[in-house]
Every structure is written in C-alpha cells, then in structure tokens.
Design a protein around this ligand. Structure first.
Ligand code: PMV
Length: 299
C-alpha cells in the first residue's frame, strides 16, 4: 500500500510560538511517499540507504514501524521511501516521512486507523526520536491545510503562491532556540515585547490569508522578518537575499528556525516568476492535502 504526506512551512510566528504566542503553519505541495509491503523481514529502502530496523540511519521510519506494531503486531514489512522534500531544511521532512509510513502500514495491515490515531502515533515517534517537540509538524503532515496554532483553528487560505528558497546554510533548530532563550534571559522585557508583536502579526495575518491579500501579507512578512532579525536569527546571507528579493517586488522572511535554512517569499505572479528565474527555489502552494493513500505509484 502506498501513502504520502506533505511538507510544511511556518508562515508567521516561529520562535515566538515556543513562548506560547500564535503562529500560522501550512502544508505545502511537496510530498513524501511511502510504500509498505508485507514480508517475513523488516527492510527499509530510502535515499539514506537500505537497512533493517535501524534507529540511527532511519530513526523516524524505524520508530514508526515500532509504534505501529504496538497497535497491530506485524512479522515483517518492506518499506520504500521517496521524497520531494529537501531534508533538514525546516520543511518538516521528518514528520512527513513518519506520517506517510504510518498511513502505508495502516493500509497494508488493515489497521483502520483514524487521522487522529495516526497523529497520536506520529507525535510519539517525534518524541521517541527528538525527546522534545511541539507536535506541530506531525499535526500538519497528518491533517494538511493551514492552521493558527496553538489554537488549532483551521484557516481557509486564498490563492497565495509562495517561493521557497534554500539559503544553503545549514542550521540546527535547537541551537537557534537556545540562542533566542539566552537573549531573552538577558533582555526579558525587550524580547517578550518582540514576541508580543510577532503574536499580533500572526493574528493579523489570518484575514489577509483568507482573502489572498498579497499586499497586506507582504507587509506582514516584512514586519515579521524585522522581528526575527531583532532576535538574532537572521544571517548575512538571509539579509542579502531578503534585500535583493525586495528589489524584485518579493517580500521575504525566514521560515522555521533561521540562521540559514529556508526563506519564503510572497509577491504578485510576475514578481515571483522573476525572482524564481534569478534565485531558483521552489514555487509552492499553501494549504496542501494531508496524509492520503496514493493510487499511482511514486515509489
Ligand atoms: O526550523 P523548523 O521547521 O524546525 O521550525 C522551528 C520553529 C521554532 O519556532 C523555531 C521552534 C519550534 O519548536 O516551534
């Protein structure tokens, strides 16, 4: 049985969301595909290699198999993974693979899991591997769409095209979160004030997102990026990229932890196309469908 789950981006509110402020997160039309086939042994085939149950090479897939077999014991399975989602770039590839594997197992072994049950298992896998996590990534990979968090209020997004550009600089989410925590330790009132502003930006983005109001969203991207720069999670390369995109009429901000990783840009169709021809990147649509079975094989 084959299944797929989407990548995600944070539109507004990263970092502030760690301190209980609002954020807006959306599933995008890049997907991870998983195929599960009954077997007498466990084998995992992916771009990372071919292994058995291996918690080092394939931690998310291995824990997904382990957690699934607690619900429905299995003798063996062959899992094949193929993904459109760049790894370790803040686009939620780990949760997408976890959720896709759980759905493929669900179909192959007739477990009849609901989306809520798949999410609960994926949430456990996130904690098994990372020890910590807000649960946002597995939630969006399972249910798709666009959400105001932590409320989990669905947002029906208008026609908004986004350009995702990978800066090529790697960064580790936990390091960036720690850096922000240190700054907050030294300047609690200032940093909390910035988080409050980001909270307002996230809340004010809901209506323009629903209307597809690109002009307002561009201004909110700009304001959110200024706040992220203020708390030290931008970088020279991000700043230069954001400035050059602005010259082309595209408003851009960090998505995710920052310090590198991906930038998202918004603008009218012409500006976005021009920016894509200059900087490359991937044109994505927000509000993609959550986990689903796949009829046509991608794997
Ligand atoms: O870079 P990502 O996709 O892992 O996102 C990190 C988002 C933070 O707000 C910085 C951390 C978090 O757990 O919400």
């Amino acid at each position: 049985m084959k299944a797929s789950a989407p990548a995600k981006i944070i539109l507004f509110g990263e970092h502030a969301v760690v301190y209980k402020r609002h954020a807006v997160v959306t599933a995008i039309n890049l997907r991870c595909y998983a195929e599960a086939k009954k077997s007498d042994e466990i084998r995992i085939y992916s771009p990372l290699g071919v292994t058995g149950l291996d918690f080092k090479v394939h931690p998310y897939v291995s824990y997904a198999i382990k957690r699934f077999s607690e619900v429905k014991p299995i003798d063996g399975v062959k899992i094949r993974i193929e993904s459109d989602i760049p790894i370790a770039s803040g686009l939620g590839s780990s949760s997408a693979v976890t959720v896709a594997v759980l759905k493929a197992l669900d179909g192959e072994f007739d477990a009849g899991l609901s989306k809520d049950e798949i999410f609960e298992l994926a949430r456990k896998v996130e904690l098994d591997v990372q020890g910590i996590g807000s649960g946002t990534d597995p939630f969006v990979a399972t249910f798709g769409g666009t959400w105001l968090i932590p409320d989990r209020k669905p947002i029906k997004i208008g026609n908004v095209k986004l350009l995702v550009i990978n800066t090529g600089e790697s960064s580790i989410t936990a390091d960036m979160v720690r850096k922000v925590a240190e700054l907050r330790g030294r300047y609690p009132k200032i940093v909390d004030g910035i988080f409050d502003t980001i909270d307002v930006i996230a809340l004010e983005s809901v209506e323009p997102l629903e209307k597809g109001d690109i002009k307002t969203l561009s201004e909110l991207f700009f304001l959110n990026q200024c706040m992220l720069k203020a708390i030290g999670v931008s970088s020279k390369r991000i700043d230069e990229l954001v400035d050059r995109l602005a010259e082309l009429g595209v408003s851009a901000k960090i998505t995710g932890a920052g310090g590198g990783g991906c930038v998202i840009g918004i603008g009218d169709d012409k500006s976005i196309e021009r920016a894509k021809s200059v900087f490359g990147g991937i044109l994505v649509e927000a509000g993609a469908e959550g986990v689903r079975f796949e009829n046509e094989s991608k794997v």
